[in-house]
Design a protein around this ligand. Structure first.
Ligand SMILES: N[C@@H](CCC(=O)N[C@@H](CS)C(=O)NCC(=O)O)C(=O)O
Length: 402
């Protein structure tokens, strides 16, 4: 009963969020009102429902939820696509003098404000790289913190020019939301974190447990799949922000927390006693995280794509923020094309010929950014593993610059 109510509530809330309504339009006003009323009624019913037994999510529940989400997201994409002028992000960004970059509301290592209120992290540095490429100054970024639920709407509506917010590239998101993923800046996977006192050392031992999870994420869907496929039961405890999800886990409102594994490591470090908490070894999904842009703007799409490739190539060719000035004297044809001395340069992207030089000089190559933000020079100490370059045993690889 409570499970069904929760599903209805989730669907209605999603409908409300995704409606993309114009609040001045009478028809939309009505829709907003009715959805708000439905959310309120469902919340009330949910409060009144008796405490649940740990229940397995049924096939019909999950299927209905997925179908509904699919159709709502389609509607949203159609609404927004018709409202958007195709193309022009580069021009807009140059005119306004900065890029609006959608980041998370706070995820250490990826996008998080430091004690001085300055945003930092792997995703933040990627925003800076795009600013260096397009405006010539990595500081020209306005960071817009977005929750998981807000992120796609913010991109579609033009509130942000670029979304770099630990967002997983999926078929559905790529095809139904009016957005394009421009690559993968971090290959992640979904994991579980528990208190050591729970006495669990593997995800296969989580039958019957309660799990804190953030709504509007691939995490929520993978969680349902994982338990259903193994005929295990669980009680989802759902929150709409990261802060609340972690808070829920800390307060003991659930036995387990699940999200992208990199984030679990970050949150573990933020616990009062990190050693009392353990990240379980299993990864239950693939979460390739990457920057996304609005569709129908190939120029901007290419700029974002090739900014990432530039950082990867620079690492591959041993060109760093420190050495890039000297590289202007290099005879290596790959290096000369990388920094825009020869080859296609900036023309095809509508940028200055030194755009890639500025990315490397001001932000650095992929390795520099990785180590500084989440790698060995950071508190997180994440190893490169699958995120290493192809020649070092990882899968990071960029197409040729020529
Ligand atoms: N990668 C998954 C999960 C994203 C996600 O849940 N992110 C959370 C946890 S890592 C988050 O960004 N929280 C920060 C926030 O809500 O601002 C997705 O794209 O759906």
């Amino acid at each position: 009963m409570k499970q069904t109510l929760k599903l209805s509530l989730a669907i209605t809330t999603l409908a409300l969020l995704l409606s993309g309504c114009d609040s001045n339009n009478a028809q939309d006003k009505e829709l907003i009102k009715s959805l708000e009323a439905k959310v309120q009624a469902l919340e009330k019913q949910l409060e009144q429902a008796e405490q649940p037994e740990a229940t397995a999510t049924t096939d019909t529940d999950t299927k209905a939820l997925e179908d509904k989400i699919l159709s709502l997201e389609k509607q949203l994409a159609a609404n927004k696509a018709s409202a958007e002028q195709p193309g022009g992000t580069l021009e807009k960004v140059k005119k306004q003098g900065y890029i609006q970059c959608g980041v998370s509301t706070g995820l250490p290592g990826f996008s998080n404000p430091n004690e001085n209120g300055e945003w930092e992290g792997l995703d933040v540095e990627f925003c800076q790289a795009v600013a260096a490429a397009t405006i010539g100054d990595k500081t020209k970024v306005k960071y817009i913190p977005l929750t998981t639920k807000e992120r796609f709407t913010a991109l579609q509506s033009g509130e942000v020019d670029l979304l770099v917010r630990n967002t997983t590239w999926t078929l559905h998101r790529d095809t139904a939301l009016g957005v394009n993923f421009a690559g993968v800046n971090y290959y992640d996977g979904q994991g579980f974190m528990v208190n050591k006192s729970l006495g669990v050392s593997s995800a296969t031992e989580l039958d019957g447990k309660s799990v804190c999870v953030q709504s509007g994420t691939t995490t929520e869907l993978n969680l349902a799949d994982y338990f259903k496929f193994r005929e295990m039961k669980y009680t989802p405890v759902v929150f709409d922000t990261e802060e609340k999800t972690v808070g829920g886990f800390k307060e003991g409102r659930c036995d387990v927390m699940t999200t992208d594994q990199s984030a679990l490591y970050a949150h573990r470090l933020g616990m009062e006693e990190p050693d009392s908490v353990v990240v379980l070894p299993e990864l239950i999904s693939k979460e390739p995280l990457g920057p996304a842009v609005r569709k129908d703007d190939d120029q901007w799409f290419n700029i974002v794509k090739w900014t990432l490739y530039t950082m990867l190539h620079a690492e591959d060719l041993g060109v760093s923020s420190i050495s890039v000035d000297d590289m202007k004297n290099s005879n290596d044809p790959d290096i000369r094309r990388l920094i825009g001395l020869d080859g296609p340069k900036g023309k095809g992207l509508g940028l200055n010929d030194d755009w890639s030089f500025q990315v490397i000089k001001q932000v650095g190559n992929y390795s520099e950014s990785f180590e500084r933000t989440i790698g060995m020079s950071s508190p997180l100490k994440v190893r490169r593993d699958v995120n290493a370059l192809w020649r070092d045993g990882g899968i990071q690889y960029a197409p040729p610059i020529r």
